[in-house]
Write a new protein. Structure first.
Length: 419
């Protein structure tokens, strides 16, 4: 529910929650929280060997974002109510018509980036036992719709969701979403899809439906996931996942594997879809060191489908390339180091290399690509600037069927707990 686009029954629901809260202040106000995150974001992406209709050689912008999150507690009683709000504000610091489309700022019809854009969304919530219903502005985070907070402002969706934790180890969720506000937009839009890295802008869906659950056992060291999603008249997707961690002496070993099966739905607004995606990511941690190796494979005649502008839990999806084109096979090697092991808490560095081949480009040749990422982040641990963070990202990505990319990001962030 947005400030300027409120359906009557949602407003009524929120009003009832607020009035009830006033009568039961102890739970509603005592457990309320509010935070303001300030995020300063510089994004630079240089292209070479450009493929496709775009001839823009560079995307480079600098912007400031503010994210206000207010979450109430619940009123007392077996059936309890609450109300949450999220307010976002984006401000252009530097841009030009020749350097737009970074995903930081909206682009106007004249090609200029918008100077300022903002949004206020509300969500009413109702809880019975360990089951919660939410209606309004939502930010789901499930394998078939991963929360993709990767620019100055997070995306949101409008609709309803229900989650339940009534049984030990079992978490169930379902939702109906009929519109979205993208990371660089203030208004509501219909939901669109991507295939691999290609946006399908010519078609929009009336709804995204999802349902599924995760079951954790073996002292929460192992979890199984089963999920279903439908982007109406575009695609249907099923997901099966397994995660496991195991201690072996001083080492902690981990495994994350998943399988997606996707096909077209209803009116087939973007055509036939046939994709099966398998990924696996193994890890080994010793002290401050963590080593990863991953394998990912696409099967079928199509690239991996997803909601537009969203990342996925695919093991080899990284900041620039997704390695999810039709028939692609890819390998990943990654190394992380937490400098807390050397007495410098808050400092973390990560580097990874991914290479892919066997891509069905549809142009009579095998597609190949690779990407190298370097991330360094530091969070101040104490003092006046405690929790202030800085993150630097450098990317080099090369391909023979899509644009080459050199990318740099610099992100400053600070979250202030209001109450």
């Amino acid at each position: 529910m947005t400030y300027n686009n409120c359906s009557t029954w949602i407003v009524l629901f929120a009003s009832v929650s607020t009035c009830s809260a006033q009568a039961q202040e102890s739970g509603f106000f005592r457990d309320s929280t509010a935070s303001l995150q300030m995020r300063n974001y510089y994004f630079n992406r240089d292209f070479s060997g450009i493929f496709g209709p775009s001839t823009q050689p560079k995307a480079e912008e600098w912007a400031q974002g503010f994210i206000l999150n207010v979450k109430s507690g619940f009123t007392d009683g077996p059936l309890s109510f609450g109300l949450d709000a999220i307010g976002t504000l984006g401000i252009k610091l530097d841009s030009s018509p020749y350097r737009t489309n970074t995903g930081l700022l909206p682009v106007q019809e004249d090609g200029e980036a918008t100077d300022v854009f903002s949004r206020l969304g509300l969500a009413g919530k109702m809880r019975l036992s360990k089951t919660e219903l939410r209606v309004g502005e939502l930010q789901p985070n499930v394998p078939v719709l991963v929360f993709s907070d990767i620019r100055i402002l997070p995306p949101t969706y409008q609709g309803s969701s229900i989650s339940s934790n009534e049984f030990k180890g079992l978490s169930l969720q379902a939702g109906y979403l009929n519109s979205t506000s993208l990371r660089n937009e203030a208004g509501d839009d219909k939901i669109q899809a991507m295939l691999g890295h290609l946006p399908q802008r010519h078609a929009s869906s009336d709804a995204f439906n999802y349902a599924g659950g995760d079951y954790a056992f073996s002292t929460n060291r192992t979890s199984l996931s089963v999920w279903y999603a439908q982007l109406e008249d575009i695609y249907i997707q099923r997901f099966f996942g397994l995660k496991h961690t195991q201690s072996m002496g001083r080492w902690v070993l981990g495994a994350n594997a998943g399988y997606f099966d996707s096909n077209e739905d209803g009116s087939k607004l973007i055509g036939e879809i046939d994709n099966q995606a398998f990924f696996s990511l193994l890890s080994a941690k010793l002290g401050g060191h963590t080593f990863y190796i991953g394998y990912q494979a696409m099967y079928g005649d199509s690239s991996f489908p997803r909601v537009f502008a969203n990342i996925s839990p695919l093991g080899n999806e990284v900041p620039t390339y997704e390695f999810a084109f039709a028939d692609e096979r890819s390998w990943q090697a990654r190394y992380d180091y937490n400098f807390a092991a050397l007495g410098i808490p808050g400092l973390v560095a990560s580097t990874r290399y991914i290479t892919g081949d066997n891509v069905d480009t549809g142009k009579g040749f095998e597609g190949k690509d690779w990407e190298r990422d370097l991330d360094v982040s530091y969070v101040i641990q104490s003092g006046v600037f405690k929790n202030f963070s800085v993150r630097i990202r450098n990317v080099i990505a090369r391909s023979n069927y899509r644009s080459d990319v050199n990318e740099n990001r610099l992100i400053f962030s600070y979250t202030w707990a209001l109450f």
